[in-house]
Every structure is written in structure tokens, then in C-alpha cells.
Design a protein around this ligand. Structure first.
Ligand code: UT7
Length: 326
């Protein structure tokens, strides 16, 4: 292969659990209202995994849809990178269970943990494996069952999250090293552990021996999100010599409609170029971006050759961006 090795998007898929939980139903359990949730977040409903339905089940269904979309067989895949903060078990990696459920007995499968930035991290890792020649075809999955780590009595957090999974397939291709190449053009990932207390889970195998519950200083996270995401987006544009006008689709992490709107405004992007799923999915953490990508590619909005900007921010803090020529 001559030229520059690039990871091309070869397919994508998603899965949402059947059970849909509306704001009105939540308002019967905690002191909240549909009006408050919609006005402050843009969320109207979220999906909740059934008893006995695990993160690996959601991930497997999204991966199967991605394989079908790419008209590929599992034998073609040699790497699975799965982003999740809600693994089936402490170990083994949920990715290894997905590998088993897909009937794949070769290659490597591992998890990446960057909470809501998980998909950007997983994409970055897989892209670098492909670019380095250590993988030819990678399944990159974001899958979560956040409903299992929510404190269902804390109205400040339980109304915000949902369960789901999304997957993309990266396949080695060739480019000439310009921003016209098809594939992942760049990823930028960051973390700063000093902000642990603003968004964390109050448990874990080494601390309490229990899974724990999500805790968040929402207002503080919001403030940092707007600043960090703007910086990560600027990095993506500068690295690739791209102006905001050239972006065809902005596919941000879906945490809050107000954060998404603020970022779109900063980029002067019309709402028609922003992919929004938050109203129906809520915040599905690492799954939100691949869910949104699968929806917009599936309904024909994102087309071959389109320039797609992704960004996310989450616990850690972690944050990052990616620019993809579809
Ligand atoms: O994906 C990972 C990254 N996460 C994020 O990016 C989340 C970032 N943060 C946010 O999206 C927003 O901060 C929230 C949606 C979490 C909260 O919105 P806010 O506008 O920052 O509200 P707030 O936390 O400042 O709370 C305003 C008021 C408070 O009442 P007082 O103190 O003003 O009387 C809250 O107690 O709203 C109250 N409140 C609620 N009221 C009804 C908080 N949660 C609820 C609720 N229903 N569910």
C-alpha cells in the first residue's frame, strides 16, 4: 500500500432497548416535571435496558447492524474496541463478551474507559491501530447501561441518562494525506483528573466493592464542557486546515441541548447541520455519538465524502474531538 494509511468508515449500526421511559413517567417517581427536563436539557424520553439485558447485548446488536450495513462478515474484523463505563462485570472486558457473542475467535478485543468521551477515545485508539498497520478492520463500539448506576432518587441526575449502543467499522484504506481523504482525519483526546469530584461514581471494585451511583455537579460540568469542547473543536479544525463552513455534519455528544446549541452557535452552524438525538435518547454516555452517526447515516443525511465533526466531554474530566471524511 502506498500513500497514507487511513481508517475509512465501512459501516455503522445502533441498538436501543425496547423500553422507553418518558419524562411524565419519571415525574411520578421524583420531584420533577416534563417542562423542567425539556427546558433545561432538551430530553423528552430515554430507553432503559430490560432485566437480564447487559451492555454486551446492546453492543452486540449494534455491531451486528454495523456489519450488515457494511456488508461485512465478522471474519473481516481483527480488532474490537469498546467504550463503556458500565461493563457487564469488573472483568473480563465487555469487548471480549461481545467478541464471543459475535462468534469471533481471532484478533483482539478490549474496553476503553473515558465515560462520555469514550467513543472519541475508542475511535482514536482504533484509528491509530489501523494507521500503524496493527489492525486492518476495527469495530469501534460505544455501549452503556447507565440506568444501572443511577440514583433513581436523585432528580438532578436520574432524568439525564439513558441506555443504548452504537458501532462503526473502520477499515484500512489509502489516502494522499490531505483533508480530502476519506476516513478519520484526526482525533484529539484530553483528560484532567483534578476534576474527579465534579462527575464520578461513588463506588468501584477497589474502593467499596460495589458498582456505586453516579454523582454530578451539573452546573460546574456544564461550564467546563463549553470551554473544553470549544478548544477541542478548534484543534480539529486547525489540524486539518478546515473552516466551520466546510463542516457538513456536527455530531456532538448528547448531554444537553443547551451545550449542543452553544457549540453550534460558536461554529455558526445552522441547526439543519447538527445531528440531535437527545430528545429521544437522553445522554447515553459513550453510546451517544455512534447512535447519532448511525441514525444520520442510516436516514441518508450523512453521505460519502461528507465532513463530520464529533466532540465529547465526560467524567475524569475527559474531552476530545474527531474529524471524519465519511
Ligand atoms: O455527559 C457528561 C457531561 N455532562 C454534562 O455535560 C451535564 C452538564 N450539566 C447540565 O447539563 C446541567 O447543569 C443540568 C441539566 C444537569 C442541570 O441544569 P442547570 O440549568 O445547570 O440546573 P441547576 O443544576 O443549576 O439547577 C437549577 C434548579 C435547582 O433548584 P434551585 O437550587 O434553583 O432551587 C435544582 O435543584 O433546578 C433544580 N433541579 C430540578 N428541578 C426539577 C435540578 N434537577 C431538577 C429536576 N427537576 N430534575
Amino acid at each position: 500500500m502506498s500513500g497514507v494509511r487511513r481508517s475509512r468508515i465501512a459501516g455503522c449500526g445502533s441498538y436501543l432497548p425496547a423500553r422507553c421511559l418518558t419524562n411524565a413517567e419519571l415525574a411520578k417517581k421524583v420531584d420533577t416535571s416534563d417542562e423542567w427536563i425539556v427546558a433545561r436539557t432538551g430530553i423528552r424520553e430515554r430507553h432503559i435496558a430490560a432485566d437480564g439485558e447487559f451492555t454486551s447485548d446492546l453492543a452486540t446488536k449494534a455491531a451486528q447492524e454495523a456489519l450488515a450495513d457494511g456488508e461485512m462478515a465478522i471474519e473481516d474484523v481483527d480488532l474490537i474496541v469498546l467504550a463503556t463505563a458500565t461493563p457487564d462485570q469488573t472483568f473480563p472486558a465487555t469487548a471480549a463478551q461481545v467478541q464471543k457473542k459475535l462468534g469471533m475467535h481471532h484478533g483482539a478485543a478490549f474496553d476503553v474507559q473515558a465515560v462520555c468521551t469514550g467513543f472519541v477515545y475508542a475511535l482514536s485508539v482504533a484509528d491509530n491501530f489501523v494507521k500503524a498497520g496493527q489492525a486492518d478492520c476495527a469495530l469501534v463500539i460505544g455501549a452503556e447501561t447507565f440506568s444501572r448506576i443511577l440514583d433513581w432518587e436523585d432528580r438532578g441526575t436520574c432524568v439525564l441518562f439513558g441506555d443504548g449502543a452504537g458501532a462503526v467499522i473502520l477499515r484500512a484504506g489509502e489516502g494522499d494525506g490531505t483533508n480530502k481523504d476519506r476516513g478519520v482525519l484526526s482525533t484529539h483526546i484530553h483528560s484532567d483528573g483534578r476534576y474527579h469530584d465534579m462527575l464520578y461514581v461513588d463506588g468501584g471494585p477497589s474502593t467499596t466493592g460495589l458498582a456505586g451511583h453516579l454523582r454530578m455537579e451539573g452546573r460546574e460540568v456544564f461550564k467546563h464542557a463549553v470551554i473544553n469542547l470549544a478548544e477541542a473543536v478548534d484543534e480539529a479544525l486547525e489540524e486539518n486546515n478546515v473552516t466551520p463552513e466546510e463542516i457538513d455534519w456536527f455530531v456532538p455528544h448528547q448531554a444537553n441541548k443547551r451545550i449542543i446549541d452553544a457549540m453550534a452557535r460558536k461554529l455558526s452552524l445552522d441547526e439543519s447541520r447538527v445531528v440531535n438525538t437527545i430528545d429521544r435518547h437522553a445522554n447515553t454516555s459513550a453510546a451517544s455519538i455512534p447512535l447519532a452517526l448511525a441514525e444520520a447515516a442510516g436516514d441518508g443525511r450523512i453521505k460519502a465524502g461528507d465532513l463530520v465533526l464529533i466532540e465529547a466531554m465526560g467524567g475524569g474530566f475527559t474531552w476530545g474531538s474527531g474529524l471524519i471524511r465519511w
